[in-house]
Design a protein. Sequence first.
Length: 313
Amino acid sequence: MPLRTIAPVAMLALLFFTAWLLLDDRLAAAALSAALTVLALLATVLIHRHRPHLQTGGALLCLANIGGCLLAAWLFGRDALPWTYLALMSNFFIVRNGIATPLNLLLAAGLLLMPSLLLGPARLQALVVITLVFGFGYHFSRRLQGDRTRLEQLATLDALTGLPNRRALEKALQQQTNGLREARFRQGLVVLDIDHFKDVNDRYGHAAGDTALSDLAAILRFELRENDQVFRFGGEEFVVLADVGSREALACFTERLRKAVYQALRGPGGRITISLGAAMYAGEQRWQDWFARADAALYAAKGQGRNSEVVAE
């Protein structure tokens, strides 16, 4: 949201700057400002309409900011420096540090090429302020970026089991359906849940149910191979994305998971079992259709009396 607000504001500022230069009969400068306005317009379009191109749009917006500051400094000298401080700071929040830092260094280098602005005893204060703004912006944006990364990680983890949650599952499935054909057709999807889980909660309390879910998550983690992924879909339902290669291998994989849970998972009332439904990727355009096939197989497994598995045709 801040980026989508900053982009049109920067574009309008450059547009008004262009108009003022035209009215002041500074045609060459107005032409440069108009080019920067077009650049800011392109950045605004990318930011608002194309989410995958947010970083590209942000980088273009930073370039427009830098160009506008350098043009203003060239025309108005020290009077334009406050805009430079603002651009240096805002660029760190428009794009990630790896992009903002070299762009801001480009702005600083451009200012240093105008000796009357920053060099000399009387100009030392402006140089110190630019250095402080640059350093503070760099440090603060790094901290903010780290906090954002940790929050995104927390948002994709289930608090009880520590497994990736439904949001992470949907992202992983979308990536699979958009991936290379050979890799997609090697993937098997397994949907499983605890049999009679409501009885565990009703008889022994939610603490016992939570323990069963955590223990099941630990068993699944232990049984999965390096390229497999497990998610908590919600409630007592879990999903496994496995690189198995064939329907026969998927059947063996689901049977192995069922046996491992049967042997290891216990509750206050004794053994706890699971039912599993599985489906190989079959060319679905939407991951929801693939998931629906595996989910239907799960219901078929429950219809067989539970503690069983069904692999969709």
